[in-house]
Design a protein around this ligand. Structure first.
Ligand SMILES: Nc1nc2c(ncn2[C@@H]2O[C@H](COP(=O)(O)OP(=O)(O)OP(=O)(O)O)[C@@H](O)[C@H]2O)c(=O)[nH]1
Ligand SMILES: [Mg+2]
Length: 420
């Protein structure tokens, strides 16, 4: 039986890419995206033996790269002793199959590599469920090729290939697994929805940190809250959401969460599968889009993040662009604007400005007020405890309360506010 864990071990690889005007920017390969692919390979624990980038007017329908390039790659694989070729561009299952034949090595694409990294990194049960679902969905249309590959490897005299029956039974097996995982993830979503409702009742605003992988999201959360979550110079260090309380000022507290980073050509199976986690973005009151300003490609990276934010239904959520790593930023002047802040999560520069920008957006209208409640309206005090920050309560002729209230609460309880 074919298990997802049997995805080829990533080891000595040659990287390949096709740059063509016929491909969309998301599908296209460039020098930069190949560099990023090498970083992904490193994260996955593999070694890059060489890189080949072909410029061509359009992909070859059969071999994706040109015939000549395929022959060149085959020779490179042989002379370097590589055991796989990883394409930066997304390959169709049939292209992947043909290329494996032509190159005489295992062939995978960037999506499969990212899936492999996620599978290695996922720690929580939710993360694991999501990755497993994405892997099975990726695997399903590729089963035929996998078996062909195994048949060839194990095709010594006397051993029999697994054949069509085996393939069919594997397909059914994987369909069942997918259905089961989807069911389990529905439960996860239900739990998250309940947590969200509770949070909304408490009126605690939620801030979500988003951004390209390695932009410094976790470092920023640590700097703001002392969360102490791991932050490392490698891609996809964080896969699981961490939420902490952020004390912005004495009148403003929020929940802030760090989550999985984005990358160009993120496999759509993964985006689908991580919906349960990423859904939180759509419910946040404010997004902090962390951008690594020291990366020469920050514009492209930030565009990828913007697109994914849209796709996840959070396009309308208020957003602050946080240009991070300004301590090592050299080059053009950064754009400036109402919704932009420059910081260094590492040195702490600019964090005060960031906090006041967050406060301004979260709490336009939140005020500290005194309320005078008649004794027969004591129930309101309970409401205030739930919805506002109650600072002082004195029982005299009436109940005198000092509390920090959001506009919504003030609107409802306005008649009890003592004007000073
Ligand atoms: N010089 C400098 N380095 C920083 C800054 N912020 C983060 N880094 C470094 O950038 C690397 C990535 O930081 P992380 O906080 O792990 O980035 P992330 O966005 O959480 O990355 P993933 O979880 O992998 O998506 C680490 O080596 C950090 O030390 C900064 O302001 N200045
Ligand atoms: Mg992180």
């Amino acid at each position: 039986m074919f298990e997802k864990t049997e995805i080829k071990k990533i080891n000595r690889a040659v990287l390949a890419g096709l740059n063509s005007p016929a491909l969309t920017p998301e599908e296209n390969a460039t020098e930069e995206s190949l560099e990023e692919l090498a970083a992904l390979l490193d994260t996955a624990g593999g070694t890059c033996l060489g890189t080949v980038l072909q410029n061509r007017s359009a992909p070859d329908p059969r071999t994706f790269v040109g015939e000549g390039k395929a022959a060149e790659l085959r020779e490179l694989v042989r002379s370097l002793g590589a055991d796989m070729v990883i394409f930066d561009n997304p390959l169709s299952p049939s292209q992947q199959r043909v290329l494996a034949e032509e190159l005489g090595a295992a062939v995978m694409d960037r999506s499969a590599l990212i899936l492999d990294i996620f599978a290695k990194r996922a720690r929580t049960s939710e993360g694991r469920l999501q990755v497993a679902l994405a892997q099975y969905k990726y695997l399903l249309p590729r089963l035929t090729g996998m078996w062909k590959h195994l048949e060839r490897q194990e095709g010594a005299i006397g051993t029999r290939g697994p054949g069509e029956t085996q393939l069919e039974s594997d397909r059914r097996h994987i369909h069942r697994k997918i259905a089961k995982l989807e069911e389990e993830l529905r439960d996860v979503r239900r739990v998250r929805a309940t947590q969200r409702e509770r949070r909304e009742k408490n009126e605690v605003p939620v801030v979500a940190i988003v951004g390209y992988t390695n932009a410094g999201k976790s470092t920023l959360l640590n700097a703001l809250t002392g969360a102490g979550i791991p932050a490392n110079d490698r891609l996809f260090d964080t896969l699981d959401t961490t939420t902490r309380t952020l004390e912005i000022s004495d009148t403003c507290t929020a929940l802030i969460s760090d989550t999985v980073g984005f990358i160009s050509k993120l496999p759509h199976q993964l985006v689908d599968a991580f919906k349960a986690t990423l859904e939180e973005l759509a419910f946040a009151d404010l997004l902090l889009h962390v951008i690594d300003a020291s990366d020469p490609n920050w514009r492209e990276q930030s565009a990828v993040v913007d697109r994914l934010i849209q796709e996840l239904g959070a396009g309308e959520t208020p957003r602050l662009e946080v240009f991070n790593k300004c301590d090592k930023f050299v080059g053009d002047i950064l754009p400036r604007g109402e919704d932009m802040v420059s910081v260094s999560a590492k040195t702490g520069a600019g964090l005060d400005t960031l906090l006041s920008a967050i406060e301004k957006r979260l709490d336009a209208g939140t005020r500290r007020v005194e309320l005078s409640l008649p004794y027969d309206k004591g129930g309101i005090l309970d409401e205030l405890y739930r919805e506002a920050r109650v600072e002082q309560v004195e029982y005299g002729e009436t109940i005198a309360v000092t509390a920090v209230c959001a506009p919504k609460t003030l609107g409802r309880l306005g008649e009890y506010v003592v004007e000073r």
